[in-house]
Design a protein around this ligand. Structure first.
Ligand SMILES: *Cc1c(COP(=O)(O)O)cnc(C)c1O
Length: 488
């Protein structure tokens, strides 16, 4: 399988690259992204064959179908990390919470957020490639709270890779911040920025595309890569759980093989939803993909009106900070898939220069044939958390955003809602909604929820509060390049 570019080719890079190249060097011509030249066709025979397969077996079969240039032994080693999830035999449990409503829990990995689903195996793949080529890589990560911990965790002490992780200071939960600043390894650097997530992500994108920065790193024998979901190495692992969750519904007897379902995805950078879109294109019976947002509802507007409009908008801090995103990187891959490289390049250039674009009526109709969307305010999120808890299910604020689209995008299909984080990562918000006690720090809030729900705080979260802080850099965004370079 070869990979091509969402904004077409600039003549300076190869027009097609193998998987290894697309993940080591994820920025494509004109600031575009890499996408598979064509998706594998899995179809019903694949689903029938894997009806009772384990998660790892399904994962292996999907990766095989992609025919990527990664050694089988490396893939096996990468997938073996799922053994370290809460239940190695079932890393993604699917819980029934209503007659036709199911929650697929993507947070049972080491950092308690769905980022582990892809970053755990991705860390092995990238480090192995770097070692095999005898090259050194700097991974730049920008995080609104979950990518950072998961990236640091996966690359900690891995050979030939260093990580510089940018996060908005004050824009993450205490647990998320502690997960980053207590990571102590010589190949990791955590950098707080005075700014929001979009500032961090914009800084990352401009460094990735800066020839001068590349040249300075090259003098130090270092190449640059990225672990955000702009990297297809993330996306490839984010298709698997959509397939496994579907098969789980079949095994539970909730649907028959071949029945169409809805999926409902709490979305920010659109990597999770894109994984579902690709799974659908490969033959998974998905009737509709619901895109759930918080008050940063730029995706809701895009899907309902065809306008991607950032004029006069700035990021609103919500109780679901991992979704406090306005420039949603992976929408570009859907635009490319539906409308082609030329149109994608035009739309993305317009977004850069005018801060907005408008799809035509026929383009909008194509988008709406696949996607539905709605958003939930913080007040609505709190209500959904409380009501759902009273019905017996405890969830994080990101997952809760999905309940709005469940109400407004009514359908008769079985629906899989994706739970993207454990309640432990956002405990002050969850504690306030279910116990009424506001203004608690994370440590106390965790105890309150644990008592109210009779669920233990998992050991890796409890341990954070006693770990020493190893990373204390907080800087202005103008100093990012200098700070990253000093680390190298
Ligand atoms: C990253 C994240 C999201 C958003 O996922 P995207 O793939 O960026 O759309 C939602 N919820 C949580 C908890 C996350 O960590």
């Amino acid at each position: 399988m070869q990979f091509i570019e969402t904004r077409g080719n600039d003549g300076k890079r190869p027009a097609k690259v193998p998987f290894s190249q697309a993940i080591l060097n994820p920025m494509a011509s004109f600031g575009g992204l890499y996408v598979p030249e064509q998706l594998p066709e899995l179809g019903m025979s694949f689903l029938e064959a894997h009806r009772d397969s384990s998660y790892k077996t399904i994962a292996k079969a999907v990766l095989d179908a992609y025919e990527i240039d990664i050694d089988a032994a490396v893939i096996d080693q990468a997938l073996s990390l799922y053994d370290q999830f809460d239940d190695g035999n079932n890393p993604v449990p699917v819980v029934k919470i209503g007659e036709k409503t199911f929650v697929s829990e993507l947070f049972h990995g080491p950092t308690r957020a769905f980022k582990d689903m892809a970053l755990q195996p991705f860390g092995v793949v990238l480090s192995s490639l770097a070692q095999a080529r005898n090259e050194n890589y700097l991974i730049l990560a920008a995080t609104s709270g979950d990518t950072g911990p998961a990236t640091l965790e996966t690359f900690k002490n891995r050979d030939n890779v260093k990580v510089a992780c940018l996060y908005p200071d004050g824009g993450t939960s205490d647990v998320q911040r502690l997960q980053m600043v207590t990571e102590d390894a010589p190949n990791l650097k955590v950098i707080g920025i005075h700014g929001d997530f979009d500032d961090a992500q914009s800084a990352l994108k401009s460094l990735l595309s800066s020839d001068a920065f590349h040249a300075k790193l090259a003098e130090k024998g270092t190449k640059l890569s990225a672990a955000n979901s702009v990297n297809f190495g993330r996306i490839i692992f984010q298709q698997i759980y959509h397939i496994s969750s579907y098969l789980d519904l079949v095994r539970q007897g909730a649907i028959s093989l071949g029945d169409e379902i809805y999926i409902n995805v709490p979305s920010g950078n659109f990597g999770n939803a894109l994984g579902g879109y690709y799974a659908m294109k490969m033959g998974l019976p998905i009737a509709r993909i619901l895109i759930s947002s918080n008050s940063n509802n730029v995706l809701t507007d895009l899907i309902n009106t065809g306008a991607y409009d950032l004029t006069g908008r700035s990021v609103i801090a919500t109780t679901s900070p991992a979704m406090d995103i306005l420039k949603s990187s992976n929408v570009e891959r859907v635009l490319f898939d539906l409308f082609g490289a030329e149109r994608t390049r035009e739309l993305m250039a317009q977004l850069d220069s005018e801060n907005q674009y408008q799809l035509s009526d026929s383009e909008l109709a194509q988008l709406q044939a696949i996607f539905g969307a709605d958003y939930a305010s913080d007040e609505e999120v709190a209500r959904y958390i409380k009501e759902t808890f009273e019905d017996g299910y405890l969830m994080c604020p990101h997952t809760a955003t999905c309940f709005k689209a469940q109400e407004t995008q009514q359908n008769d299909h079985a629906t899989v809602i994706y739970a993207t984080a454990e309640w432990t990562k956002f405990s002050p918000t969850v504690a306030e909604t279910i116990t009424g006690e506001a203004g608690k720090g994370d440590e106390e809030a965790l105890q309150l929820i644990s008592e109210a729900s009779k669920q233990p705080v998992p050991p890796m979260i409890a341990a954070l509060f006693n770990k020493p802080v190893a990373q204390d850099t907080v800087i202005n965004k103008t100093d990012i390049e200098k700070t990253v370079f000093a680390f190298i």
